[in-house]
Write a protein that binds this ligand. Sequence first.
Ligand code: UDP
Length: 253
Amino acid sequence: MRRKKIYEGKAKVLFEGPEPGTLVQYFKDDATAFNNQKQGLIAGKGVLNNRISEFLMQKLEEIGIPTHFVRRLNMREQLIREVEIIPLEIIVRNVAAGSISKRLGIEEGTILPRAIVEYCLKDDALGDPMVTEEHITAFGWASPQDLDEMLQLTLRINDFLNGLFLGIGLKLVDFKLEFGRLWEDDQMRIVLADEISPDSCRLWDVATNEKMDKDRFRRDLGKVEEAYQEVARRLGVLPEAGPVDMKPPKVMQ
Ligand code: UDP
Protein backbone atom coordinates (compact mmCIF):
# COMPACT_ATOMS: atom_id res chain seq x y z
CA MET A 1 0.00 0.00 0.00
CA ARG A 2 1.36 3.41 -0.92
CA ARG A 3 0.69 6.05 1.65
CA LYS A 4 1.20 9.72 1.24
CA LYS A 5 4.20 11.06 3.09
CA ILE A 6 3.20 14.11 5.10
CA TYR A 7 6.50 15.03 6.67
CA GLU A 8 10.00 13.63 7.06
CA GLY A 9 12.07 14.59 10.07
CA LYS A 10 15.47 13.49 11.28
CA ALA A 11 14.38 10.37 13.13
CA LYS A 12 10.79 9.84 12.02
CA VAL A 13 8.49 9.99 9.01
CA LEU A 14 4.81 10.87 9.17
CA PHE A 15 2.41 9.28 6.68
CA GLU A 16 -1.26 9.86 6.06
CA GLY A 17 -3.29 7.67 8.45
CA PRO A 18 -6.06 5.19 7.65
CA GLU A 19 -8.78 7.66 8.65
CA PRO A 20 -9.12 11.45 8.80
CA GLY A 21 -7.44 12.97 11.81
CA THR A 22 -4.87 10.18 12.11
CA LEU A 23 -1.27 9.80 11.00
CA VAL A 24 1.20 6.93 10.92
CA GLN A 25 4.47 7.70 12.68
CA TYR A 26 7.40 5.66 11.30
CA PHE A 27 10.58 5.41 13.41
CA LYS A 28 13.87 5.43 11.47
CA ASP A 29 17.31 4.27 12.62
CA ASP A 30 18.82 7.63 11.61
CA ALA A 31 20.48 9.65 14.35
CA THR A 32 21.59 13.25 14.23
CA ALA A 33 23.26 15.49 16.77
CA PHE A 34 24.61 19.01 17.13
CA ASN A 35 21.93 20.50 14.90
CA ASN A 36 22.49 17.96 12.11
CA GLN A 37 26.28 18.36 11.96
CA LYS A 38 26.74 14.76 13.09
CA GLN A 39 24.74 12.10 11.30
CA GLY A 40 24.67 8.35 11.59
CA LEU A 41 22.64 5.20 12.03
CA ILE A 42 21.86 3.32 15.22
CA ALA A 43 20.82 -0.16 14.09
CA GLY A 44 17.43 -1.14 15.47
CA LYS A 45 16.85 2.24 17.15
CA GLY A 46 13.57 2.83 15.32
CA VAL A 47 12.14 -0.48 16.51
CA LEU A 48 13.21 0.17 20.10
CA ASN A 49 12.06 3.79 20.22
CA ASN A 50 8.69 2.76 18.77
CA ARG A 51 8.26 0.30 21.67
CA ILE A 52 9.72 2.54 24.36
CA SER A 53 7.61 5.54 23.34
CA GLU A 54 4.49 3.35 23.07
CA PHE A 55 5.08 2.05 26.59
CA LEU A 56 5.71 5.46 28.13
CA MET A 57 2.79 7.17 26.35
CA GLN A 58 0.46 4.36 27.51
CA LYS A 59 1.66 4.73 31.10
CA LEU A 60 1.14 8.49 30.90
CA GLU A 61 -2.39 8.01 29.51
CA GLU A 62 -3.08 5.77 32.51
CA ILE A 63 -2.37 8.67 34.88
CA GLY A 64 -4.52 11.03 32.82
CA ILE A 65 -1.98 12.76 30.58
CA PRO A 66 -3.57 13.20 27.13
CA THR A 67 -1.27 12.07 24.30
CA HIS A 68 -1.39 11.75 20.51
CA PHE A 69 -0.70 7.99 20.76
CA VAL A 70 -3.42 5.62 19.55
CA ARG A 71 -1.73 2.24 19.09
CA ARG A 72 1.39 0.58 17.75
CA LEU A 73 0.83 -0.86 14.27
CA ASN A 74 4.01 -2.87 13.72
CA MET A 75 7.74 -2.94 14.50
CA ARG A 76 8.40 0.60 13.30
CA GLU A 77 5.04 2.32 13.07
CA GLN A 78 2.43 3.67 15.40
CA LEU A 79 -0.94 5.23 14.76
CA ILE A 80 -1.25 8.72 16.21
CA ARG A 81 -3.82 11.48 16.24
CA GLU A 82 -3.03 14.34 13.92
CA VAL A 83 -2.29 17.44 15.96
CA GLU A 84 -1.03 20.92 15.22
CA ILE A 85 2.46 20.85 16.71
CA ILE A 86 3.23 23.80 18.97
CA PRO A 87 6.66 24.96 17.72
CA LEU A 88 8.39 24.60 21.08
CA GLU A 89 10.72 22.08 22.66
CA ILE A 90 10.02 21.91 26.37
CA ILE A 91 13.08 20.70 28.23
CA VAL A 92 13.01 19.53 31.83
CA ARG A 93 16.21 19.09 33.81
CA ASN A 94 16.66 17.27 37.10
CA VAL A 95 20.44 16.91 36.91
CA ALA A 96 22.84 19.23 35.07
CA ALA A 97 24.13 17.88 31.73
CA GLY A 98 24.60 18.97 28.13
CA SER A 99 23.83 22.54 27.21
CA ILE A 100 23.02 23.82 30.72
CA SER A 101 26.40 22.62 31.99
CA LYS A 102 28.16 24.36 29.13
CA ARG A 103 26.09 27.53 29.24
CA LEU A 104 26.12 28.08 32.99
CA GLY A 105 29.32 26.25 33.93
CA ILE A 106 27.56 23.72 36.14
CA GLU A 107 29.43 20.45 36.43
CA GLU A 108 27.67 17.54 34.73
CA GLY A 109 25.96 15.38 37.31
CA THR A 110 25.14 18.21 39.72
CA ILE A 111 21.66 17.65 41.13
CA LEU A 112 19.61 20.76 40.43
CA PRO A 113 17.82 22.46 43.33
CA ARG A 114 14.50 21.73 41.61
CA ALA A 115 13.25 20.63 38.22
CA ILE A 116 14.15 23.39 35.76
CA VAL A 117 12.01 23.90 32.65
CA GLU A 118 13.39 25.57 29.55
CA TYR A 119 11.72 26.46 26.26
CA CYS A 120 13.38 26.33 22.86
CA LEU A 121 11.89 27.40 19.56
CA LYS A 122 11.63 24.49 17.13
CA ASP A 123 13.60 25.96 14.25
CA ASP A 124 16.48 23.98 12.77
CA ALA A 125 17.73 26.91 10.68
CA LEU A 126 18.17 28.92 13.88
CA GLY A 127 19.52 25.97 15.88
CA ASP A 128 16.50 25.73 18.22
CA PRO A 129 17.27 28.89 20.24
CA MET A 130 16.17 29.13 23.85
CA VAL A 131 13.22 31.49 24.31
CA THR A 132 11.29 32.85 27.28
CA GLU A 133 7.57 32.99 28.08
CA GLU A 134 7.71 36.60 26.88
CA HIS A 135 8.83 35.57 23.39
CA ILE A 136 6.37 32.69 23.27
CA THR A 137 3.30 34.74 24.14
CA ALA A 138 4.34 37.94 22.34
CA PHE A 139 4.99 36.12 19.06
CA GLY A 140 1.91 33.94 19.52
CA TRP A 141 3.61 30.53 19.45
CA ALA A 142 1.41 29.65 22.42
CA SER A 143 -1.08 31.58 24.54
CA PRO A 144 -0.46 32.11 28.26
CA GLN A 145 -3.16 29.46 28.89
CA ASP A 146 -1.52 26.97 26.51
CA LEU A 147 1.82 27.60 28.15
CA ASP A 148 0.39 27.10 31.62
CA GLU A 149 -1.30 23.87 30.54
CA MET A 150 1.94 22.57 28.99
CA LEU A 151 3.93 23.47 32.11
CA GLN A 152 1.49 21.67 34.43
CA LEU A 153 1.49 18.58 32.19
CA THR A 154 5.29 18.69 31.89
CA LEU A 155 5.81 18.75 35.66
CA ARG A 156 3.39 15.85 36.16
CA ILE A 157 5.17 13.91 33.41
CA ASN A 158 8.54 14.62 35.05
CA ASP A 159 7.37 13.39 38.47
CA PHE A 160 5.88 10.25 36.99
CA LEU A 161 8.81 9.40 34.72
CA ASN A 162 11.34 10.06 37.48
CA GLY A 163 9.70 7.35 39.57
CA LEU A 164 9.20 4.99 36.67
CA PHE A 165 12.85 5.16 35.59
CA LEU A 166 14.18 5.03 39.15
CA GLY A 167 12.28 1.77 39.52
CA ILE A 168 14.41 0.25 36.76
CA GLY A 169 17.68 1.70 38.00
CA LEU A 170 17.83 4.74 35.72
CA LYS A 171 18.20 8.39 36.63
CA LEU A 172 16.12 10.72 34.45
CA VAL A 173 18.67 13.50 34.00
CA ASP A 174 16.71 15.57 31.48
CA PHE A 175 14.29 15.20 28.59
CA LYS A 176 12.48 17.08 25.85
CA LEU A 177 8.75 17.16 25.20
CA GLU A 178 6.62 18.46 22.36
CA PHE A 179 2.92 19.21 22.55
CA GLY A 180 0.21 19.65 19.96
CA ARG A 181 -3.28 21.07 19.65
CA LEU A 182 -6.10 18.63 19.08
CA TRP A 183 -9.55 19.85 18.08
CA GLU A 184 -12.67 17.87 18.98
CA ASP A 185 -16.09 19.46 18.32
CA ASP A 186 -14.75 23.02 18.31
CA GLN A 187 -12.91 22.35 21.59
CA MET A 188 -9.13 22.55 21.67
CA ARG A 189 -7.06 20.27 23.89
CA ILE A 190 -3.32 20.25 24.37
CA VAL A 191 -1.86 16.77 24.10
CA LEU A 192 1.61 15.31 24.43
CA ALA A 193 3.04 14.56 20.96
CA ASP A 194 6.26 13.38 19.28
CA GLU A 195 8.06 10.63 21.24
CA ILE A 196 9.71 9.88 24.56
CA SER A 197 12.77 7.70 24.06
CA PRO A 198 16.52 7.59 24.68
CA ASP A 199 16.74 9.99 21.70
CA SER A 200 14.96 12.66 23.72
CA CYS A 201 15.96 11.78 27.31
CA ARG A 202 19.21 11.55 29.21
CA LEU A 203 19.17 8.37 31.28
CA TRP A 204 22.03 7.39 33.56
CA ASP A 205 22.42 4.08 35.35
CA VAL A 206 21.80 4.73 39.05
CA ALA A 207 24.65 2.53 40.24
CA THR A 208 27.38 3.38 37.71
CA ASN A 209 26.23 6.69 36.18
CA GLU A 210 26.78 5.04 32.79
CA LYS A 211 24.99 6.95 30.01
CA MET A 212 22.15 4.96 28.45
CA ASP A 213 20.92 7.40 25.82
CA LYS A 214 21.80 9.35 22.68
CA ASP A 215 24.84 10.90 24.37
CA ARG A 216 26.60 7.59 23.56
CA PHE A 217 26.17 8.54 19.90
CA ARG A 218 26.77 12.28 20.35
CA ARG A 219 30.00 11.71 22.27
CA ASP A 220 31.22 8.55 20.50
CA LEU A 221 31.08 6.49 23.68
CA GLY A 222 30.40 3.21 21.83
CA LYS A 223 27.79 0.52 22.67
CA VAL A 224 25.03 2.80 21.40
CA GLU A 225 22.67 0.05 20.18
CA GLU A 226 23.28 -1.86 23.41
CA ALA A 227 22.27 1.13 25.53
CA TYR A 228 18.92 1.55 23.72
CA GLN A 229 18.35 -2.21 24.02
CA GLU A 230 19.12 -2.14 27.73
CA VAL A 231 16.58 0.65 28.34
CA ALA A 232 13.96 -1.36 26.40
CA ARG A 233 14.91 -4.53 28.31
CA ARG A 234 14.59 -2.84 31.71
CA LEU A 235 11.20 -1.41 30.71
CA GLY A 236 10.16 -4.94 29.70
CA VAL A 237 9.51 -4.02 26.05
CA LEU A 238 12.49 -5.55 24.22
CA PRO A 239 11.07 -7.22 21.08
CA GLU A 240 11.36 -10.97 21.62
CA ALA A 241 12.53 -11.73 18.11
CA GLY A 242 15.59 -9.61 18.79
CA PRO A 243 18.00 -8.08 16.31
CA VAL A 244 16.81 -10.14 13.29
CA ASP A 245 13.48 -8.37 13.40
CA MET A 246 15.03 -4.98 13.88
CA LYS A 247 16.52 -4.57 10.42
CA PRO A 248 14.90 -1.83 8.38
CA PRO A 249 12.66 -3.03 5.57
CA LYS A 250 14.39 -3.21 2.18
CA VAL A 251 11.99 -0.88 0.47
CA MET A 252 10.67 2.13 2.27
CA GLN A 253 7.77 3.98 0.74
N1 UDP B 1 16.83 17.29 23.29
C1 UDP B 1 16.13 16.74 22.24
N2 UDP B 1 16.09 17.41 21.05
C2 UDP B 1 16.69 18.60 20.85
C3 UDP B 1 17.40 19.17 21.92
C4 UDP B 1 17.45 18.50 23.13
O1 UDP B 1 15.54 15.67 22.38
O2 UDP B 1 16.60 19.17 19.74
C5 UDP B 1 16.90 16.60 24.58
C6 UDP B 1 18.26 16.00 24.83
O3 UDP B 1 18.32 14.66 24.39
C7 UDP B 1 18.38 16.08 26.33
C8 UDP B 1 17.56 17.31 26.70
O4 UDP B 1 16.68 17.54 25.62
O5 UDP B 1 17.80 14.94 26.92
C9 UDP B 1 18.40 18.55 26.98
O6 UDP B 1 19.25 18.78 25.91
P1 UDP B 1 20.35 19.93 25.94
O7 UDP B 1 19.67 21.25 25.97
O8 UDP B 1 21.34 19.65 26.99
O9 UDP B 1 20.99 19.90 24.50
P2 UDP B 1 22.10 18.95 23.88
O10 UDP B 1 23.15 18.78 24.89
O11 UDP B 1 21.34 17.72 23.53
O12 UDP B 1 22.52 19.75 22.69
